[in-house]
Design a protein around this ligand. Structure first.
Ligand SMILES: O=C(O)CCC(=O)C(=O)O
Length: 344
């Protein structure tokens, strides 16, 4: 397990083998094999291609591709820790094409503000929205079988942003660098992580695609594993505060956080009920280049959607269903996206 201290410190280790890194399937991966010598973490990924073994194919991540079911191992670790890493999901070709799109979105005067880079729904990057590995996992943790259909998804996407961090980029404790959650996990709320009847419901859920290598201790997202199921407040003066500010245990909380190493093309999934934080990007060898997509049940919404109808209208119909309104009863049911059934 790697250890993270406050943003700005570099005491993490890159020799960690992250136990939450679990394979998506049993097949082998071209992109995993290509980077297997780079990081001890990728030892786990040599059996981990989620999608395919053909490094040149870019056709698989269409909304018609069969979902890759979440494995029992992934479920176990997701429930235990609140996050999993699926290494080497994307092929080399996909990684290169998607990275090119992200870097093309960075303007010369870019100041490192994610809000300047809202293009995660377009081009090749749109294939990430309903990649078969995402669909398989979200079918398990964000919906129920009766609501999954051939022509629509049983969950919704409500937010996406791109992230580029240069070596030396510093997180700020006023922003996401402060360990935080969507809502404090020890209280009931519509966004929280739950398990009942042997079924996970992850609440507001983030999928992060890492398009460059990430080394533990050098600035990936960090997590206080297990905190999504906390029954007690993390020590601050206000039980409604969604971050650890003013907690007298701040130092111990930082010390207990962990992160991951992964090759490019890997995917992280975490419940936003888990305490997590951004960290200084101290890796001198490459930038952080990531796509952050956020999902929710078809019955709940946290973010206002940052996507125009014109862009959604050009997507395949099944992908469009990710952006339908948050409701269930009425009319013929809520399965299809349209101009008058879009999330706000
Ligand atoms: O930037 C990061 O690594 C973490 C982002 C974050 O805090 C979030 O998605 O809520």
């Amino acid at each position: 397990m790697s250890t993270i201290t406050k943003p700005g410190n570099e005491t993490g280790t890159d020799s960690a083998v992250e136990p939450a890194a679990v394979s998506a399937t049993e097949s082998t991966s071209a992109s995993a094999a290509a980077s297997a010598t780079e990081s001890p973490h990728t030892a786990a990924s040599t059996s981990a291609s989620a999608a395919e073994s053909d490094a040149d194919s870019t056709s698989l991540p269409e909304s018609t591709a069969a979902p890759v079911p979440m494995t029992e191992e992934q479920k176990f670790f997701f429930d235990l820790k609140g996050w999993i890493l699926v290494p080497s999901v994307l092929t080399e070709t996909e990684i290169e094409e998607m990275k090119a799109e992200v870097y093309a979105a960075v303007k010369p005067d870019y100041q490192g503000k994610n809000s300047d880079l809202k293009q995660g729904y377009q081009g090749k990057l749109a294939n990430l929205l309903d990649h078969p590995v995402v669909v398989g996992i979200l079918n398990e943790i964000l919906t129920e079988p009766p609501f999954v259909g051939d022509d629509h998804y049983g969950f919704r996407c409500e937010n996406s942003f791109l992230m580029v961090r240069e070596p030396g980029w510093e997180s700020t404790v006023k922003g996401t660098g402060l360990p935080h959650v969507v809502r404090p996990p020890q209280q009931a709320n519509a966004m929280r992580y739950q398990v009942q009847g042997g079924k996970i419901f992850s609440g507001l859920t983030r999928v992060v695609w890492e398009l460059e290598e990430v080394r533990a201790g050098y600035g990936g997202t960090s997590f206080l594993s297990g905190s999504h199921k906390a029954h007690f407040n993390y020590g601050g003066p206000d039980r409604y505060r969604p971050n650890i500010s003013e907690s007298p245990w701040e130092e111990s909380l930082y010390a207990a956080m962990e992160d991951y190493s992964c090759p490019p093309g890997s995917m992280l999934v975490f419940t936003e009920s888990l305490i997590h934080a951004a960290n200084d990007w101290t890796n001198p060898d490459n930038r952080r280049c990531a796509v952050f997509n956020c999902y929710n049940s078809i019955w709940a919404q946290w973010h206002r959607l940052n996507l125009d109808h014109e862009i959604i209208g050009k997507m395949p119909p099944k992908r469009q269903s990710l952006f339908r309104g948050a409701w269930q009863l009425g009319g013929d049911g809520n399965r299809t996206y349209s101009a008058d059934n879009r999330s706000v």
